[in-house]
Design a protein around this ligand. Structure first.
Ligand code: GTP
Ligand code: ZN
Length: 296
């Protein structure tokens, strides 16, 4: 058996990449019996049926290191969260929510602040200070001037990445700067109805010539915060994690409890106020969503 990765699935066939070559594979019936569906991104073991025709059979699906639901892709390593420094103006709450969803899906997070060529208000420095303090990798990019493209390439190399970020921030332009002709599919496409039939568009993995693999659809386009358990929320803010050990209560929510080390760190400027405000806001939002979902 040889190891490969499923790059796409169409009508019961799976296209498995092995050393730069795609094999068209069927999956063994046993997967159905154990209720397992091969998924794009899965690391699999295949037996080759015909080397000349490049066909094979998937025999084993290896344990998944992460599972994204929208788009449905396994083993994504990192989310490249792209926000423009201007046009459109960065919405910090949206940024914190996208970071949280990526954290909740166990992805590494890279923040890519784009359109730095038009950052005439110096927003990058403010954002860098907030998110460096939170421990995130940060890029300053512009497909227009080429700034940061080499660094972005290096970050994508050897990894499976999903791009996220609001419309118009330059996700496609960034990928195009790395590889001419590369275009991210827009999220709506998966809901289009073709020829009277419901055709769900499955995501694909696309290999970059410069190294690395990118999911062809943006991630976290719908912000499904109710998936995040409330008791996990503060652990998804990396800069709260170590400090919260010093809170008086083990189960401190860092809201109105006495002797809360997180709140003290906010007052001392060690945790950025905007991150704590996002935490408070999102906490209450998930709480309200939770009540609504229970009623259904
Ligand atoms: N000034 C400037 N404009 C940019 C830059 N990057 C992208 N743009 C422009 O921003 C607009 C949106 O870029 P896209 O790459 O389509 O953005 P997107 O994030 O893929 O957008 P969606 O497909 O809607 O999700 C285009 O008009 C780009 O030319 C940049 O670095 N500087
Ligand atoms: Zn606390």
């Amino acid at each position: 058996m040889i190891n490969g990765t499923i790059y796409k699935g169409i009508g019961g066939f799976y296209y498995v990449m092995v050393d730069g070559m795609l094999y068209e594979c069927k999956a063994r019936g046993k997967f159905k019996n154990i209720n397992m569906t091969p998924t794009v991104g899965d690391f699999v073991q295949i037996n080759i049926v015909d080397e000349a025709e490049k066909t094979g059979v998937i025999e084993t699906i290896l344990p998944r290191k992460s599972i994204l639901l929208r788009p449905n892709v396994s083993n994504v390593d990192q989310a490249i969260i792209v926000f423009a420094l201007k046009n459109p103006e960065p919405n910090m709450m949206l940024l914190d929510k996208m970071i949280l969803l990526a954290e909740n899906a166990n992805l590494d997070v890279v923040l890519c602040f784009n359109k730095c060529d038009i950052d005439d208000e110096g927003r990058f420095d403010t954002l860098r200070s907030i998110y460096n303090n939170a421990g995130y990798d940060i890029l300053r990019t512009s497909p227009k001037t080429g700034e940061g493209i080499v660094s972005l390439k290096a970050i994508l190399n050897n990894k499976i990445s999903v791009f996220s970020g609001p419309s118009g921030v330059g996700k496609s332009s960034l990928l195009n700067a790395i590889e001419n002709g590369f275009k991210l599919q827009t999220g709506d496409l998966s809901h289009k109805i073709k020829r009277g039939k419901h055709t769900t568009r499955h995501s694909e993995l696309l290999p970059l010539k410069s190294g690395g693999t990118v999911v062809d659809t943006p991630g976290f386009t719908s912000l499904s915060l109710h998936e995040i358990p409330l008791d996990r929320l503060s652990s998804l803010f990396p800069e709260f994690e170590s400090i919260s050990a010093a809170c008086q209560f083990d189960n401190c929510k860092h809201l109105s409890e006495p002797n809360c080390a997180v709140k003290a760190a906010v007052e001392a400027g060690e945790i950025h106020a905007s991150r704590y405000e996002a935490y408070q806001y999102i906490y209450h939002e998930i709480e309200t969503l939770g009540r609504k979902y229970k009623k259904w």
